[in-house]
Write a new protein. Sequence first.
Length: 192
Amino acid sequence: MIGKLQGIVDYIGDGFVILMAGPVGYKVYTPNYLTLKSTVALWIETIVREDSIRLFGFLSLNEQNLFNNLTSVSGVGPKVALGIMSSIKTDTLMSAIATGDAKTIATAPGVGKKVAEKIIVELKNKMGGASFDLGNTGGNASALPDLLSALESLGYRRIDIVDMAQKLVSENPEIDVAKLVPMALKIISNGK
């Protein structure tokens, strides 16, 4: 089995790259944005089906482990897992799983509320310990869902605000939601 490939990105397609490793070009599906002619090293996960062999590449072992965890959930195949990882940052996704935030996971293409809840149920305990660090959610993690709900009710899309909200809650662990909302609105208005 191929464990890791290092080479030059020769072609970028829809969800995949052709990675030239010496004289051989490998078609590797990846959630990461890579640039043409860049040299990269990808951790490889090989998926063998009766009609195909596909290589999935990741910039870190944590991403590869997350992919494997996602594909272990019944109903989540490699294509859906890749879509989730392409649209939601790894830290954000892991935090959403740990806090039971199905709405954030459901923002990924091909993922509905039921699949998002299934991912949380099946992975919440599995992703504990050393491989999962909730350090980015801070002390008042219960404020995060309330802050996200408040901002969504004001018309902001969850996928656009979740990273900012996580950072705000982690940096202000003792502040309640009533004070966090104006702070978040100020950050959003300064960002535009």
